[in-house]
Ligand binder design. Structure first.
Ligand SMILES: [Fe+2]
Ligand SMILES: [Fe+2]
Length: 273
């Protein structure tokens, strides 16, 4: 199928606008409130997520104004993108393969958030990049749900090998689709490269930036039971963690099996909403 024929439905505009606004240090919280409130369905889902076990607020928020004030702009940004990704997948979530995709994105975001500190990266930025890194898969899922779900169900191999199969089926892989989706969003360069380049090999010079964190988080999420497709082959999780500075081990003090359990609990909590 020629790429020109792939008409990507637009990503929820509220989430895109929040992404753009939240990076502006001068943004007023009331602007964020107004923006979220402009889409009542989005606002209500956001409020539910904000009050879920995932964020475990001591005092649940009764309104968007309160939620925005409690969470702050940066956490709100990641949460809005999470709600946006789920809304974008919409009815395609009836396919088990698409639910696995959603879980993979959420798990990658939670892993990136947990490990962000070793790369001196803000944890909310890490979460946002993690939830967004496979947004191109969501694009393919929305355009061609049945063929893409079938591909995800049958493919076996390391995650990058799926890119060839996507190109064979659609003409474009999910990294290229992700680029096409986010190119007009005016996102920070580092988040864009997490979308375009996360299946490239690890950097040979050992840098620890947002892109390298997302590469590890995507693979670690897969290795801990939240792969984007069931036949995804991953290196052992210990080896993946070893690609980050050694202090990363201190961020999973109870070991990787316990971390996997934490991820499962968080994901189930948000899925129960
Ligand atoms: Fe990917
Ligand atoms: Fe991924």
């Amino acid at each position: 199928m020629p790429w020109a024929n792939l008409r990507l439905p637009p990503f929820p505009q509220v989430a895109v606008r929040i992404l753009q606004l939240a990076r502006n240090e001068n943004v007023q919280l009331h602007q964020l409130c107004d923006l979220v409130s402009s889409d009542p369905a989005f606002a209500s889902e956001l409020l539910t997520v904000a009050n879920s076990v995932l964020y475990a607020p001591r005092y649940p928020s009764a309104s968007i104004v309160q939620a925005v004030a409690v969470l702050g702009a940066n956490t709100l940004q990641g949460m809005c993108v999470a709600v946006g990704v789920r809304a974008y997948l919409g009815k395609t979530m009836s396919y088990p393969a698409m639910r696995a995709l959603w879980r993979h994105s959420l798990a990658s975001a939670l892993v990136a958030q947990r490990l962000a500190r070793v790369c001196l990266i803000d944890k909310d930025t890490a979460f946002t990049a993690g939830i967004l890194h496979d947004v191109g898969r969501m694009g393919l899922a929305v355009i061609q749900p049945a063929p893409y779900a079938a591909l995800l169900d049958r493919h076996r191999g390391a995650a990058p090998t799926l890119l060839d199969a996507e190109r064979a089926l659609f003409g474009w892989d999910h990294c290229q689709t992700g680029r096409r989706l986010v190119e007009g969003w005016n996102l920070p360069e580092e988040i864009q490269s997490a979308v375009f380049q996360h299946h490239q090999p690890p950097s040979p010079d050992g840098v620890c930036n947002l892109l390298e964190l997302v590469k590890v988080s995507c693979e670690l999420a897969s290795a801990l039971g939240f792969a984007a497709f069931s036949g995804c082959e991953t290196p052992p999780p210990d080896g993946l963690l070893a690609r980050l500075p050694s202090s990363a081990h201190s961020l999973v003090p109870n070991g990787l099996a316990a971390f996997a359990k934490d991820l499962a609990d968080s994901i189930h909590a948000i899925e129960a909403i």
